[in-house]
Design a protein around this ligand. Structure first.
Ligand code: GDP
Ligand code: MG
Length: 169
């Protein structure tokens, strides 16, 4: 069993940090494969015991378009997100929901059948009350399959997130 998972989120929310935490030693295996600009592969996580493999990928075109070509990129991003097993939508717990996050939510609304997980990152930097406020600000914006607060840097809740994704396969 293997499946594709897309990680989306505006710059600096911690996508690379999360990947670094989740990726195992097997990443090198993928680096020989050709990577298209459509589906750039971030890395692979393997669960040897279950014989499962998750392939994480980047989603070009998910960022706010600066010119008209952007519309085409949005279509590509939407199509990519429709084809994966799950989407991890990363947000920064220290920042209020902004235009960049709302732009991504608009794209997610066009992706009906893929489960989207809201990953609230950097919880090591905030108080519980702030987390509750962030959660409520996102809850009404989209029907997430699950909301998972993590700290990619410290590794808090990252293994739980991993389990969640593996259980989808
Ligand atoms: P990306 O642009 O989404 O790939 O974000 P990065 O992974 O490059 O992270 C952006 C910055 O946030 C870096 O300085 C990271 O060290 C920091 N960062 C990422 N995750 C966490 C976290 O859970 N806690 C804290 N305190 N910092 C984090
Ligand atoms: Mg990055």
């Amino acid at each position: 069993h293997s499946g594709f998972v897309a990680i989306v989120g505006r710059p600096n929310v911690g996508k690379s940090t999360l990947m670094n935490h989740m990726i195992g030693q097997k990443v090198a295996i993928m680096s020989d494969k050709p990577q298209t600009t459509r589906n750039r592969i971030h890395g692979v996580v393997t669960d040897e015991a279950q014989g499962k493999q998750i392939i994480f990928m980047d989603t070009p075109g998910i960022h706010k378009p600066k010119h008209r070509l952007g519309e085409h990129m949005v279509k590509i991003a939407t199509q990519t997100l429709r084809e994966v097993e799950a989407v991890l939508f990363l947000v920064d717990a220290t920042m209020p929901k902004g235009a960049g996050d709302e732009y991504i939510i608009e794209i997610l609304k066009n992706v009906k059948d893929t489960p989207v997980y809201l990953i609230i990152n950097k919880i090591d930097l905030i108080e519980k009350q702030q987390l509750l406020e962030i959660i409520s600000s996102y809850k009404d914006a989209y029907e997430f399959a699950e909301i998972v607060p993590i700290s990619a840097k410290v590794g808090e809740n990252v293994s739980r997130l991993k389990d969640l994704i593996f259980n989808l396969l």
